[in-house]
Design a protein around this ligand. Structure first.
Ligand code: NAD
Length: 438
């Protein structure tokens, strides 16, 4: 394929050289004539393992060259990749100046170019940017609409400086966010030589995944460093502890706990976070990220409360009370916290949790709920139908499959706040549905 790449920085130069090596005809575009000159003389504009040799090879073979002339690049290629910089503004906002400028440039040339041209954005941009800003610029400048003659994709780059050539060939995945999967099928050809699953998704999802990855990587480093800082003071070899921690691929290095939804609770996570932070206090170790775990968690109780207030209903059926499904443990349940808040504000609750029977509660579990909601017995009912009887709205918190089936049968049209993320509810409740995760 004939590909132009706008932006000959770390991303553009490396992907350009790698695509050229794979047999594509690549034309790099940069506003910096110094970079263009270096590339055309077979030198790499960046320091990166393997780039000096690769650049010389692909430039000498004629597969890769560069220009400052955007028009030449757009007219001479079928697809333009955009990997210009998106640095931070002084206030932390993302600067879109370069992606806007390139979109306008491409659009203006397309106005008088015959035939189809595809634009693939690779710069890191916030969710919604492609559809709300870049496509409108392209469409206006080119006087084309997205369709047979103009296709747009968002394809985030996952290479890391220092190992970027290796990362190009073996990324964690190839993500193609497109408005029309079939119309952009030829992009699969570009990535045929890359050892990674191709995942197609909506453009906003693709834009988001790039942020999720980078933010999570930062979060992981902070987690390891904060944990390490305290463990060191506690006389622990933190590297050994973390190495063993990472061997748990069931709960730790896994998908577990990574489903956007409602707050965590229970008898262990909050207690153990508090104890770890207390130990840090005694050792004079500051752990700002970990110190914000519980406040962050509590905000989701407030979010849920606000969703309930938005329904403008006072009589509520609450399905679920224990801190998660499959247990009767109410200790530090975020659903209990929500119930308490609602009761305090005068809402009439009828609560059903298949696993919770006040007569059977014992020990610290019983003490906890009697302390938090002293008249809990009067609010708990023994079936979903009883809870729904007279209810004006429903909160689905940790309902069982059977609970949900009964609910769907008896009160399908009621407004609902879904803390559980039940796909079917989202469809059946329509406009009266509020979910915590979508
Ligand atoms: N560096 C990384 O490791 C990495 C990894 C993945 C994603 N990203 C993202 O990719 C994008 C590019 O990052 P980078 O590190 O390669 O940036 P960079 O700053 O190294 O390079 C950007 C290049 O774009 C050029 N440019 C600016 N405006 C231009 C225009 N109108 N036309 C043509 N060229 C123009 C600049 O001269 C520069 O050479 C950013 O959005 C970044 O967040 C970077």
């Amino acid at each position: 394929m004939k590909i132009s790449i706008f932006g000959m920085g770390y991303v553009g130069a490396v992907s350009g050289a790698c695509l050229a090596k794979q047999g594509h005809e690549v034309l790099g575009v940069d506003t910096n004539p110094g970079k263009v000159g270096l590339i055309n003389s077979g030198e790499s504009p960046i320091v990166e393992e393997g780039m000096a040799e690769l650049m010389r090879e692909v430039v000498d073979s004629g597969a890769f060259r560069a220009t400052t002339d955007a028009e030449e690049a757009i007219l001479g290629t079928d697809t333009s990749f955009v990997s210009v910089g998106t640095p931070s503004e002084a206030n932390g906002a993302l600067s879109l100046r370069a992606v806007h400028a390139v979109s306008r440039e491409i659009g203006e040339v397309l106005r008088h170019k015959q035939g189809r041209h595809d634009v693939v954005y690779r710069s890191t941009i916030l969710p919604g940017t492609t559809e709300e800003q870049l496509i409108p610029i392209l469409e206006e400048a080119s006087t084309r609409r997205i369709g047979p003659d103009l296709q747009v994709a968002f394809n985030p780059e996952f290479l890391r400086e220092g190992s970027s050539i290796k990362d190009f060939h073996r990324p964690p995945f190839t993500i193609l966010g497109t408005t029309d999967d079939a119309a952009t099928k030829q992009l699969d050809d570009i990535y045929r030589g890359v050892d990674a699953e191709i995942i197609r998704c909506p453009i906003r999802v693709a834009e988001s995944v790039k942020y999720l990855c980078n933010i999570y990587h930062g979060l992981k480093v902070c987690f390891a460093n904060e944990a390490g800082a305290l463990l060191r003071e506690a006389g622990v070899d933190s590297r050994v502890a973390m190495e063993i921690f990472c061997r748990d691929e069931i709960l730790n290095i896994s998908k577990a706990y990574l489903k956007p939804g409602y707050a965590f609770g229970g008898s262990c996570l909050p207690k153990d976070t508090r104890a770890f932070l207390h130990l840090a206090k005694t050792k004079d170790v500051e752990l700002p990220m970990l110190a914000n775990v519980l406040p962050s968690n509590n905000l989701h109780v407030d979010r849920a409360y606000k969703m309930v207030t938005r329904m403008n209903k006072r009589k509520i059926a609450l399905l679920g009370l224990a801190f998660k499904g499959g247990t009767d443990d109410l200790r530090e349940s975020p659903i209990v916290a929500l119930a308490e808040k609602l009761i305090g504000k005068g809402y009439e609750l009828k609560i059903h949790d298949t696993n919770v029977h006040t007569a059977r509660l014992v020990g610290s579990n019983k003490e906890f709920i009697e302390r938090e909601i002293p008249h809990i017995e009067g609010l708990l009912v023994s079936s979903v139908t009883e809870a729904l009887d007279g209810a004006e709205a429903v909160i689905v918190a940790n309902a069982t499959k059977d609970d949900l089936a009964t609910y769907a049968q008896h009160a399908p049209g009621l407004p609902v706040v879904d803390l559980q993320g039940v796909e079917a509810l989202r469809e059946s409740a329509g406009d009266d549905y509020q979910g915590i995760a979508w």
